[in-house]
Design a binder for this molecule. Structure first.
Ligand SMILES: [Cu+2]
Length: 114
């Protein structure tokens, strides 16, 4: 007897959640940030130059047997610290930036923000 009532209640709350989901998907903020990978191998950033959108995430992974880091070049305002072989480090990109490996200063890379 109470069974019928509770089924109807479930259906109503299901409808509500469907509407909520739709509301989310069609919201004004279509912030679909992408993720990019930069391999560090053979003493190089690959790719050395990468163009991304503001808010995208870039992940560097060191494949060399020696440690490398990822350091902002001009004022060293951020750094990954030393990355051992197999280690990764991620950055959410906010602006165009030149970076390098402070352990091997000839290793350079650049992120361009569109
Ligand atoms: Cu290095």
């Amino acid at each position: 007897m109470t069974n019928k009532y509770s089924i109807r209640k479930d259906a109503t709350s299901l409808l509500c959640s469907v509407f909520l989901l739709c509301g989310c998907a069609s919201g004004p903020e279509k912030a679909m940030h992408k993720s990019y990978n930069v391999d560090i191998k053979q003493m190089q950033f690959q790719p050395a130059e990468l163009t991304v959108q503001k808010g995208d995430t870039v992940t560097w992974t060191n494949h060399d047997i020696v440690a490398h880091d990822v350091t902002e070049e001009k004022s060293k305002r951020w750094t990954s610290g030393p990355l051992a072989q197999g280690e990764s480090w991620s950055l959410i990109v906010k602006e165009s930036v030149d970076y390098y490996c402070s352990i091997h200063v000839v290793m350079k890379g650049r992120l361009g923000v569109q």
